[in-house]
Unconditional design. Structure first.
Length: 189
């Protein structure tokens, strides 16, 4: 089984208007971590940049505009994926894995492919993804009413996973927390 754990930091909340400035993750094949990545990227030309989104990630507009150009980072990302998946083999793909990725990150990643002129997103990834937030729900259902929210940091703490609050919203740190939640929840089943 090929899993691509990933998390994004973006310039806003709408994939059709905003862009990606950080893409981090881990490639896990049959339970073994093959490669971690942490890519900083200039948002696509024309992306709206919301100051509130940058504040959440702790970056400035000057910082993200100094990141490597989108196409350069995209090519690096595709070269990395190519080491593990044959995009021409219809039965060889990654499952996208993230925290609340089905409603957010997946759409941004797909849009990023489009901004790079690639309409073959489905050659790399299965259409059905693994959302760790959804997986954690039955695990914590009996405690949910006592939890202040169901954000990733809160869920991790409820599962006994150590969290450094000041590190949250860095994509690389967030994906490590996501993977820890995934491992804990999957161990139950």
């Amino acid at each position: 089984m090929k899993l691509l754990f990933f998390d994004l930091e973006t310039t806003g909340t709408q994939a059709d208007k905003h862009g990606i400035h950080q893409l981090s993750g881990s490639i896990v094949i049959d339970g073994e971590v093959k490669e971690d990545f942490n890519l900083h990227v200039q948002p696509h030309p024309g992306a709206i940049i919301e100051q509130a989104a940058l504040d959440v990630a702790g970056v400035t507009q000057e910082q993200i505009m100094a990141y490597p150009p989108m196409r350069e980072v995209y090519d690096r990302f595709i070269n990395m994926l190519s080491k593990y998946v044959d995009r021409y083999n219809h039965s060889d793909k990654f499952f996208l894995v993230g925290y609340n990725n089905a409603t957010f990150d997946n759409q941004f990643l797909r849009a990023w492919f489009g901004h790079n002129g690639d309409k073959y997103f489905g050659s790399w990834f299965w259409a059905n993804s693994i959302d760790v937030m959804v997986m954690a729900t039955p695990y914590l259902a009996d405690r949910r009413s006592q939890m202040v929210n169901f954000k990733q940091g809160t869920v991790a703490k409820a599962l006994g996973i150590a969290v450094e609050d000041d590190q949250l919203h860095d994509a690389l740190y967030d994906i490590r927390i996501c993977k820890a939640i995934y491992d804990k929840v999957c161990a139950k089943y």
